[in-house]
Design a protein around this ligand. Structure first.
Ligand code: SF4
Ligand code: SF4
Length: 261
């Protein structure tokens, strides 16, 4: 199962919230946990935050221990992947015979399967338009003896809304890169991207705890919020990267006239 979901995606059926599909994943199925081996599992910023907290780790330690990073061939941006382990390329969080040891903190991609989510945004529209496709991994028996779900029910059952909200903020950042016409980042810019999006504990230390001029220029109420809420800090980190690398200037002057932007 090393191919990405797009290899098995049924692109002919575009699903929205009230459309239905049939799927059932239970420990009784012969294929149970087969899908947790030999995966190309890209971790999104929110996946990393939730997992490192579940494991009681700092983001830097989590990233060093469990992930590999490469610069995307097309995007030119750092991509974080979960490192598989052992001869059978097992997900590090799979307990053989038991299942996912981090089930309540499993990544968005594990929650979304057997769907794949596409999010489209345009300048004329607030937020994003989302739709889904069915992904049929060849060894997956989830489509037999299955239960009918609407897409909305699946999203609720899997707790996907908060993952999608955070992924859409990350998507804004990728869109800003495209709009800015930036192709390649320098090594320093890659470090900024990596820290603001993935290594949130280092971002906290650098932005909130060190002598940082950008912090002093920010609204104290914003600083209060991001100091006390890590999810808000991550949203801020992604928007800080967007502004810094692709829009110019500091986050506090986004949309306003400012001598530094
Ligand atoms: S039904 Fe599909 S998703 Fe569930 S364990 Fe089997 S292979 Fe994995
Ligand atoms: S995080 Fe859990 S559900 Fe996802 S691949 Fe690993 S063991 Fe399977």
């Amino acid at each position: 199962m090393s191919d990405g979901p797009e290899a098995y995606m049924d692109g002919s059926k575009k699903l929205t919230d009230e459309d239905t599909f049939c799927f059932s994943c239970t420990p009784e199925k012969k294929c149970f946990t087969k899908c947790c081996h030999d995966l190309s599992l890209v971790l999104m910023p929110y996946d990393i935050m939730v997992l490192k907290n579940r494991l009681g780790m700092k983001s830097g330690d989590f990233l060093r221990k469990y992930t590999s990073v490469h610069v995307g061939f097309e995007s030119g941006l750092p991509v974080v992947m979960l490192k598989m382990e052992g001869p059978y390329l097992k997900c590090p969080f799979l307990e053989e015979g038991k299942g996912c040891s981090v089930y309540d903190a499993r990544p968005g991609a594990c929650r979304t399967y057997p769907l794949a989510r596409m999010a489209r945004r345009s300048k004329d529209m607030e937020g994003v338009e989302e739709f889904f496709f069915i992904v049929r991994e060849p060894d997956c028996l989830g489509f037999r003896d299955c239960k009918t779900w609407t897409v909305r029910q699946w999203k609720e059952n899997e707790g996907l809304d908060e993952y999608n909200e955070m992924n859409d903020i990350f998507g804004e950042l990728l869109q800003a890169k495209t709009e800015a016409g930036v192709e390649h980042l320098t090594a320093d810019q890659i470090d900024i991207f990596y820290m603001g999006c993935y290594d949130i504990d280092s971002f906290r230390q650098s932005f909130l705890e060190g002598p940082n001029l950008e912090r002093y220029m920010e609204d104290p109420e914003v600083i209060e919020v991001i100091s006390n809420d890590e999810k808000e800090l991550l949203k801020y980190g992604m928007r800080w990267v967007k502004k810094k690398l692709f829009q110019g200037g500091c986050l506090s002057c986004a949309g306003a006239s400012c001598s530094t932007s």
